[in-house]
Design a protein around this ligand. Structure first.
Ligand code: APR
Length: 253
């Protein structure tokens, strides 16, 4: 049976105590980068109010009009080049220092702010904004901060290059690694994600059904401005800004 979700202002909850052998899985979404000035997707004035998902974030949209897609992602590249990590990214980098490989940090974000804050080994399940790959051949993705507003870049093979991000209708990256880490964790925390996009939105319900390696169910906590669509699967929803709540969220024992 799923317990009732405790919901309230984040500051009213005690810190999450992390026992010496506990493993923590943190999933971040666009909300963690909002205070850095990166636009979210589904909030008022979010990216999906101004752009049609079908046009800029699907393989079919890229086939129809690759230059429109490159203009959209070039704008995003310009935006992230101007921003800095905020206290929420920094707090997760510190947590990584304290826990080492007992922290698994998985992000849906394509921005590099976790890395800029000092986090290592971040799993970008929806790809990375400053990475480009070929839409035709299997040349490895490469780092690319360039912007393309007036031409579609080409690969040496002659094919079109595309942003190395995961679009709707494509499979997110490294799912076997993600599920292996989920099934080992004792504490699962989602930060700033509306819980509307699968498979990430389903991680928490997976943890409701599958006990971890110690035979226990992970504690599941949401932290963000408002209750996400999948709120009912969490034990707690701690409401508030990530930059204010995350620095005091964890107590490592
Ligand atoms: N602190 C915490 N949470 C915040 C903050 C903040 N300062 N600002 C906004 N939020 C919350 C919003 O309340 C919202 O629930 O962050 C969430 C952002 O939700 P979305 O915009 O839907 O972003 P996300 O869940 O990461 O989207 C998932 O959708 O289009 C795709 O590929 C894209 O990775 C993205 C995926």
């Amino acid at each position: 049976m799923v317990p009732l979700t405790k919901t309230g202002p984040g500051r009213d909850f005690p810190p999450l105590r992390i026992e010496p052998k506990s493993r923590v899985f943190v999933l971040t979404g666009a909300g963690i980068s909002a205070e850095s000035g990166v636009a979210t997707f589904r909030d008022a004035n979010g990216l999906w109010e101004q752009h049609r998902v079908e046009d800029v974030a699907t393989p079919e949209g890229f086939q129809r009009d690759p230059l429109l897609v490159w203009r959209f992602y070039s704008e995003r590249r310009r935006q992230v080049a101007r921003v800095q990590p905020n206290p929420a990214h920094l707090a997760l980098a510190q947590l990584g220092e304290a826990l080492g490989d007992r922290l698994f940090l998985c992000t849906q974000n394509v921005d590099p702010l976790h890395e800029q804050a000092g986090s290592r080994g971040v799993l970008h399940m929806h790809g990375e904004l400053c990475s480009t790959r070929c839409a035709s051949c299997d040349r490895a993705p490469f780092r690319d901060e360039a912007v393309y507003f007036d031409r579609v870049p080409r690969c040496a093979c002659g094919g079109q290059l595309r942003p190395d991000v995961v679009w709707f209708g494509e499979v997110p990256l490294s799912m076997p690694r993600i599920f292996a880490a989920l099934e080992r964790c004792d504490l699962f925390v989602t930060v700033g994600s509306s819980g509307a996009v699968y498979p990430a939105a389903g991680f928490v319900s997976h943890l409701r059904n599958v006990p971890n390696a110690r035979g226990q169910f992970a504690r599941c906590v949401y932290l963000g401005l408002e209750k996400p669509d999948n709120a009912h699967s969490f034990d707690e929803c701690r409401l508030g800004r990530a930059g204010e709540l995350l620095p005091a969220l964890f107590q490592v024992l």
